[in-house]
Design a protein around this ligand. Structure first.
Ligand SMILES: Nc1nc2c(ncn2[C@@H]2O[C@H](COP(=O)(O)OP(=O)(O)OP(=O)(O)O)[C@@H](O)[C@H]2O)c(=O)[nH]1
Ligand SMILES: C=C(OP(=O)(O)O)C(=O)O
Length: 215
């Protein structure tokens, strides 16, 4: 049997249409800036993923044409979303797109709202995840999830959305507990989250759009 496994990972990054994405940022960013920030977050996330030594390729699942073009230009493969089926269906769809070509690929889902993401920190998370059939990383608030992986021949079974940390735990995925991977956990939903991400070091596209308050 050809199991076609290797040490490298395929990452699946889901992205809502920009007109709808990051709605909880509206209060801090305003209607004009919010979709631009959502794109900047996704670009900084995908760029960092593509610069991670353990990553073989990135599939972005999105129906947004402008975001799809920008992320493809960075080197991601873009696949259209499933109509109105939501985040977990989009992730399963992205995994199928990867495994249609390489059935035993190691896969991981990663949110598109990690604008401080550091490739070296993602490497540490991927190396930890490699030891388990399914593994996940809780978000900075310890309520949600930013990363979920599945090894060769293992279904991802994503259960993202809201309080997903406990759902992923009870599904049997192993929680990765590592110090020093804050950038992989720092998802941004609100203006306060964005300031926390700034303290870690924003990627260049987000930094250009979210300027420090003068003073
Ligand atoms: N392809 C796809 N991605 C999704 C969908 N729903 C959420 N996402 C993405 O999943 C990740 C986590 O979602 P959230 O943190 O809830 O982001 P969001 O939905 O843009 O934020 P809010 O509007 O504030 O809820 C982000 O990368 C989203 O863009 C979906 O239906 N399809
Ligand atoms: C999708 C998730 O996050 P959020 O709370 O940002 O929607 C999640 O943590 O599973």
């Amino acid at each position: 049997m050809n199991t076609d496994t290797d040490d490298d990972w395929s990452l699946v990054v889901p992205l809502k249409p920009l007109a709808l994405a990051k709605s909880r940022l509206a209060a801090a960013a305003g209607a004009r800036l919010r979709p631009r920030l959502a794109l900047a977050f996704a670009e900084d996330t995908v760029d960092a993923v593509l610069n991670c030594a353990r990553v073989r390729d990135v599939v972005v699942v999105t129906d947004d044409p402008a975001a799809g073009a920008a992320l493809a230009a960075l080197g991601a493969r873009v696949v259209p979303d499933l109509p109105a089926e939501g985040l977990n269906a989009a992730l399963a769809h992205g995994v199928r797109a990867v495994r249609a070509g390489r059935p035993y690929a190691r896969v991981a889902a990663l949110n598109a709202d990690l604008p401080a993401l550091r490739p070296a920190e993602l490497t540490r998370v991927l190396d930890a995840a490699r030891n388990f059939p399914r593994a996940f990383l809780a978000d900075a608030a310890e309520i949600g999830t930013t990363f979920l992986s599945a090894g060769p021949g293992v279904e991802l079974e994503p259960a993202f959305g809201g309080a997903s940390r406990l759902r992923h735990l009870s599904s049997g995925a192993v929680e990765i507990r590592l110090a020093g991977v804050d950038s992989v956990r720092r998802d941004v939903d609100t203006g306060a989250d964005l300031e926390e991400a700034r303290a870690l070091g924003l990627g260049p596209r987000t930094a250009a759009r979210w300027l420090p308050v003068a003073g």
